[in-house]
Design a binder for this molecule. Structure first.
Ligand SMILES: *[C@@H]1O[C@H](CO)[C@@H](O)[C@H](O)[C@H]1NC(C)=O
Ligand SMILES: *[C@@H]1O[C@H](CO)[C@@H](O)[C@H](O)[C@H]1NC(C)=O
Ligand SMILES: *[C@@H]1O[C@H](CO)[C@@H](O)[C@H](O)[C@H]1NC(C)=O
Ligand SMILES: *[C@@H]1O[C@H](CO)[C@@H](O)[C@H](O)[C@H]1NC(C)=O
Ligand SMILES: *[C@@H]1O[C@H](CO)[C@@H](O)[C@H](O)[C@H]1NC(C)=O
Ligand SMILES: *[C@@H]1O[C@H](CO)[C@@H](O)[C@H](O)[C@H]1NC(C)=O
Ligand SMILES: *[C@@H]1O[C@H](CO)[C@@H](O)[C@H](O)[C@H]1NC(C)=O
Ligand SMILES: *[C@@H]1O[C@H](CO)[C@@H](O)[C@H](O)[C@H]1NC(C)=O
Length: 393
């Protein structure tokens, strides 16, 4: 039972976080290896609009994760058993590893339409990041995949060369790269940790040892791949970020909501996270147009009333493994000047679709309150390592 393995003592965790930062914004920050339980991944997404005949179902979607770190275990049936196979996300890692790190490319998405999901994992013999001019980096995962950003992070090219997937994705960014919390000096949330009390161990890892650099907050992604003999070619909304942490996510996070989209003139992303054994609801929100960054904030929910973001589940529907899950989400932003934005997110499909992890593709509508409503497509997810039950308000 891998979930039962407790966190290690705080001093050991702290000693592990040797940040090998990287002159490059999107470079290697932490070194997963046999002496630690660190994890680092580079993630990207292309989300297309459903064809008119397929409205109400997912459009074409391709999401990839270049992974380095502890071996991942696949959750089967409410954690009753585990298979030593990756599940498409670096949670449920095995801390009792004997060889490290593992390298994979996880790929999830939809061809477009009902029941058109695909999931594949491409193991690699190595995973290396090299730095080029400016902010340019190249990731090389054995012979099976590469990604390469330009020196200004305005473009990224991803290629696949494996038996189950070949082809490429080309990103063109339309926004500047950013860390959370409106800072330029580091990818952590630590400046926003509670200051009037001691943090528990999981909170400390969350605030001090989890990094989130967003290289491509929005833009275009042109996909042309062949998955298991079927071509998937489309142009959709692009997004690329990376995360790194000193422990696998399930070891210190109970619940984690994340989403991003481009709708009308707006590009946004958000995270709302609760560490293990904590009552903190930590929110970070980014909202931008091509004119300005309207918000890039971090805060603990409930501590202020402006310059905040909030994601709230609504309704109910049948979820995976006998669970109840929200049927929609309301995402709101209140800017520093009090102006309000609101978006409604509605799932059309989920992949992965596990009790511990649902990543939805769906529709979004919204905008600035009282102004034009825009429609689009979005990806939004709930990582729920704590298996917190959902109860509709
Ligand atoms: C493993 O990574 C740690 C940083 O977490 C580093 O200090 C150590 O030198 C690395 N060990 C090897 C064998 O690369
Ligand atoms: C770790 O692996 C070793 C060798 O396979 C085993 O004896 C031990 O019980 C495992 N420990 C845990 C906590 O799973
Ligand atoms: C690829 O096709 C084979 C044969 O039809 C099938 O067994 C396998 O599950 C497919 N893989 C994916 C990732 O869809
Ligand atoms: C692509 O994969 C093939 C088959 O494994 C390999 O021979 C070739 O070297 C790979 N190409 C690259 C550029 O890695
Ligand atoms: C900080 O937020 C303001 C808007 O509130 C924005 O203009 C600025 O670009 C942001 N800076 C960073 C570094 O994100
Ligand atoms: C710390 O501050 C928060 C937010 O202001 C407050 O809710 C909480 O009760 C305080 N805790 C302690 C131990 O004072
Ligand atoms: C959470 O609290 C339980 C009960 O006190 C404890 O057994 C467990 O180790 C704690 N986990 C973390 C990650 O702090
Ligand atoms: C977050 O704070 C708002 C008030 O700003 C409250 O309505 C909401 O229930 C809180 N959400 C959570 C998950 O605590």
């Amino acid at each position: 039972m891998k979930m039962g393995i407790p966190l290690r003592a705080a001093p050991i965790i702290s000693a592990l976080i040797t940040i090998v930062r990287a002159t490059s914004f999107d470079g290697q920050y932490i070194q997963p290896n046999l002496t630690n339980n660190a994890v680092e991944w580079w993630w990207g997404s292309a989300v297309g609009t459903p064809a008119p005949a397929n409205v109400g179902t997912p459009g074409p979607v391709l999401q990839f994760l270049f992974y380095q770190g502890t071996e991942i275990f696949q959750a089967v049936s409410q954690f009753k058993s585990y298979l030593p196979k990756p599940t498409g996300y670096p949670i449920l890692a095995d801390l009792n590893h004997t060889s490290l790190p593992e390298y994979y490319i996880d790929i999830n998405g939809f061809f477009g339409g009902k029941d058109s999901d695909f999931t594949l994992t491409v193991p690699a013999s190595s995973g290396e990041i090299t730095e080029g001019d400016g902010k340019a980096i190249t990731g090389t995962w054995g012979t099976v995949g590469t990604f390469q950003t330009s020196s200004d992070l305005k473009t990224m090219r991803v290629t696949f060369n494996a038996s189950d997937i070949t082809g490429s994705i080309n990103f063109i960014s339309n926004r500047g790269s950013h860390f959370g919390c409106n800072v330029t000096d580091g990818p952590f949330f630590n400046a926003f940790a509670p200051k009037n009390r001691t943090l528990n161990e999981a909170e400390q890892v969350f605030f001090d040892e989890l990094g989130w650099p967003v290289s491509i907050p929005g833009g275009i992604a042109d996909v042309d791949v062949t998955i298991n003999g079927t071509r998937l070619a489309f142009s959709g909304n692009g997004y690329h970020d990376q995360n790194f942490m000193s422990l696998a996510l399930n070891e210190f996070i109970s619940s984690w909501y994340f989403g991003f989209a481009e709708v009308g003139p707006y590009t946004f992303s958000y995270v709302s996270a609760t560490p293990v054994n904590s009552s903190i609801v930590f929110n970070t929100g980014y909202l931008a147009t091509d004119q300005a960054v309207l918000q890039n904030q971090c805060s603990i929910n409930g501590t202020k009333t402006t310059d905040i973001s909030l994601i709230q589940p609504k309704g109910e529907m049948e979820g995976p493994e006998g669970t109840i899950t929200p049927s929609s989400w309301i995402l709101s932003y209140v800017l520093d000047d009090g102006s309000e934005f609101e978006f409604e997110l509605k799932p059309t499909g989920a992949n992965p679709n596990l009790a511990i992890y649902q990543r939805w593709t769906g529709s979004i509508s919204g905008g600035k309150k009282g102004e034009e409503i825009y429609e689009g497509v979005a990806t939004f997810e709930w990582l729920n390592p704590g298996l917190n039950p959902y109860s509709p308000a």
